[in-house]
Ligand binder design. Structure first.
Ligand SMILES: *Cc1c(COP(=O)(O)O)cnc(C)c1O
Length: 381
């Protein structure tokens, strides 16, 4: 920091210039991110609540109401009955809170968590922090968790089983109804990581939706992660954690002696109401119809891209379930690098040696047409 400040105009001019260094979703070159450009109403809401602190909700009852309402909307969507949960910083914090509660609730001395091999990397961080042993269940040939493997991983120290509704790499939905039965049989919590899929699956056509049951309708599901800052189109940071009931939540209660309201449950203390307001505003403004429309467009474009890539002779890794697809070329890593040189942001997944594409609402057909032309050139190099 310099001793003398500069004019607001100069500072703004610098910021505008520096912002140009960042990638813009509108350009349509971002094909490997689970985030997207938020609608205008989200930015307006964000700016309005930028000074409000949900870490001290007694002072900000309006913000607290927005959080409760946003949580209720998410909970209703996922067949929760009690609307218990929080808008947190993201999927990582949401998964952390779920496993923190599950661990504290159990009496295990050397607690273990079973996660599918396809689970998000946040579980590695969380298990390290919470001193949980991470036990990985194998996948079947369609990249869903193998139920036999889940059963064989269970021990008297298992505090939670995790299933994913929309894996980060391939958008796969684990067989949650079967996992729920296993969890009930063994009286273990089932946590569903629907960070991505939780705001996609409820808006799919009913025939697709029916084969992807993952929410509180399954009795064994005790908590769900569902992120507004991904397919919820809200502003970063906005994650969501929902609990089936208050009982589980009591295990992560902290008394906050000098604040307006006790107790506190979230991992973060001081936390902004800005993205909570943005989340609420997007839900209010789009409604279920708006979300259905956005999801329909993403799914249609995923199909378009999948068909085009298939007919060009390249290998598909999966038939997409959600708006995520993956394919291989004769040298996927080199193709991904060449696409990168041509300005495309795609992800190369080393574990599966494939290129992964996420079709978010900012992606339009004309972007995919341009991408297919560059893909063709990149594979011929
Ligand atoms: C994105 C994602 C996470 C992590 O969420 P962050 O918001 O990045 O912390 C966890 N699980 C899944 C399935 C995800 O897609």
């Amino acid at each position: 920091m310099d001793s003398k400040g500069r004019s607001r105009r100069q500072v703004r001019a610098d910021l505008h210039r520096i912002l140009m260094e960042d990638t813009k979703y509108d350009k349509g070159t971002v094909l490997g991110s689970m985030c997207t450009k938020p609608p205008r109403i989200a930015k307006i809401a964000h700016q309005m609540f930028v000074g409000s602190n949900l870490g001290d909700p007694g002072m900000f009852p309006g913000s607290r109401r927005l959080e409760r309402e946003a949580v209720h909307k998410l909970s209703n969507l996922l067949h929760g009955t009690q609307g218990v949960g929080f808008i947190v910083s993201g999927g990582t914090e949401a998964n952390l809170m779920a496993l923190w509660a599950a661990r504290n609730k159990s009496k295990a001395v050397n607690p273990e968590v079973i996660v599918p091999e396809s689970a998000h990397f946040s579980f590695e961080k969380i298990c390290d922090l919470l001193k949980l042993k991470l036990v990985r269940a194998k996948l079947d040939s369609s990249y869903k968790v193998d139920l036999k493997s889940v059963r064989s991983c269970i021990s008297d120290q298992t505090v939670s089983i995790v299933g994913t509704a929309g894996t980060a790499e391939l958008g796969i939905v684990d067989p949650i109804p079967n996992m729920s039965e296993i969890a009930l049989d063994h009286e273990i919590q089932l946590h569903v990581d629907a960070a991505f899929g939780g705001l996609v699956i409820p808006f799919l056509e009913s025939d697709m939706r029916d084969s992807l049951k993952f929410d509180f309708q399954q009795e064994g599901v005790k908590s769900i992660t569902v992120d507004p800052h991904k397919m919820g189109m809200s502003i970063i940071p906005a994650g969501g954690i929902l609990f089936r009931d208050l009982a589980t939540l009591q295990h992560i209660k902290t008394e906050t002696p000098y604040l307006t309201e006790t107790p506190q449950y979230t991992f973060l203390g001081t936390r902004s109401a800005a993205s909570v307001a943005a989340t609420w505003a997007v839900f209010e403004s789009l409604g279920r119809e708006g979300f259905k429309k956005a999801v329909k467009q993403c799914i249609a474009l995923t199909r378009y891209l999948t068909e085009a890539i298939k007919s060009s002779g390249l290998e598909l890794v999966i038939k997409p379930t959600l708006n995520i697809m993956a394919f291989r070329t004769s040298n996927s890593k080199a193709t991904a690098q060449e696409l990168g040189r041509r300005g495309w942001f795609v992800s190369y997944v080393p574990r599966l040696d494939c290129i992964r594409i996420v079709i978010m609402p900012h992606v339009k057909k004309r972007h995919l047409k341009a991408f297919l032309r560059d893909l063709d050139k990149s594979t011929k190099q």
